[in-house]
Design a protein around this ligand. Structure first.
Ligand SMILES: Cc1cc2nc3c(=O)[nH]c(=O)nc-3n(C[C@H](O)[C@H](O)[C@H](O)COP(=O)(O)O)c2cc1C
Length: 292
């Protein structure tokens, strides 16, 4: 079994420094979260659109099969005000032909409220007590961060620019998910316009690692073990993978080439298994590379 360990593993309670990305909208089924957690990575629920009762049910179904750590992720953005029905109909009409091309039913206009009550969702997180909570598209007040931490919940948050990372650190967050411009799906900008926060993942990770003291997790465009190795070389302590769904089971992601990372002479990489010394010269890791 390849070994890859950073201090983030101890913080999150995982075997590997990898997070199965939270993805609101149906991708993060209990089956996926359960498989991720059982594989030694942090399984995540993207519960932004999920009502508190359903959150509790889905977590209970994962806990029935595995004792591993899980992450609950919510959107912290303010709930949008009512949308003019005419504009909504026009937007649906503009994209309806794509639904027809794919043989899918054209969606009906959405009625307010457009999202579950955030405070009720946050209260549900406190009653569920997952190992980890991550905030997206906004920030938690520091009293909420502290109360989760008192319950033993580690609190992380997405940042798409340095200012957001610094803000989350100031609020007492335990770790940052540095979400680069390549990140699929929802990007978590909250202090700046999203289209002015499109720095690529590798550059963003390096900048955020230099700006904060808490652990940084790289997210965006990381598809395999080599990508994880690159992120760790830049000072990240872990990687969050979303669209690289082939990452399960874990043996596929910590594949042969990325095993070299465990031989990387960083004070932050604790374990080195003997098999890593067998790596091919092409994939060899520069021993003088240093993080932070
Ligand atoms: C369909 C989809 C939905 C997403 N929803 C969320 C979400 O609810 N919360 C969140 O923090 N990130 C969300 N993300 C971003 C992922 O957590 C992750 O940061 C991103 O997928 C990483 O980029 P990658 O897809 O290139 O690996 C979503 C991504 C996708 C693809």
């Amino acid at each position: 079994m390849p070994s890859l360990h950073t201090p983030l593993c101890d913080l999150l309670g995982t075997r590997l420094p990898i997070i199965q990305a939270p993805m609101a909208g149906g991708s993060c089924t209990p089956k996926l979260v359960s498989a991720a957690t059982s594989a030694g990575v942090l399984g995540s629920f993207g519960f932004a659109y999920t009502q508190p009762d359903a959150m509790k049910r889905e977590v209970a179904s994962v806990r029935a099969g595995t004792a591993g750590p899980i992450n609950i992720n919510l959107f912290l953005a303010p709930i949008p005000g009512p949308i003019d029905p005419g504009s909504q109909r026009a937007a649906i009409e503009a994209v309806s032909r794509y639904y027809s091309e794919l043989g899918l039913p054209v969606p009906a206009p959405v009625l307010a409220p457009y999202a579950p009550n955030l405070n009720a969702q946050l209260d549900a997180v406190e009653s569920i007590r997952p190992a980890v909570f991550t905030a997206h598209l906004g920030e938690c007040r520091s009293d909420r961060v502290n109360s989760m931490q008192r319950l033993g919940i580690r609190v992380g948050g997405s940042a798409t620019c340095v200012a957001e990372a610094v803000r989350l650190e100031t609020l007492g967050f335990d770790f940052i998910v540095a979400q680069g411009g390549e990140a699929g799906g929802h990007r978590g900008s909250f202090l700046r316009e999203p289209n002015t926060s499109l720095t690529g993942t590798l550059a963003l990770v390096r900048m955020i690692v230099s700006a904060v003291k808490i652990p940084v997790v790289a997210a965006g465009g990381i598809m395999d073990g080599a990508g994880i190795a690159a992120a760790l070389a830049l000072g990240a302590q872990g990687a969050q993978l979303g669209t690289a769904r082939h990452f399960l089971p874990a043996k596929k992601v910590v594949h042969r080439r990325s095993r070299n990372i465990a031989c990387w002479k960083s004070p932050k990489t604790k374990r080195c298994s003997p098999e890593n010394s067998q790596a091919s010269p092409r994939a060899a890791w520069p021993t003088d590379t240093c993080a932070r």
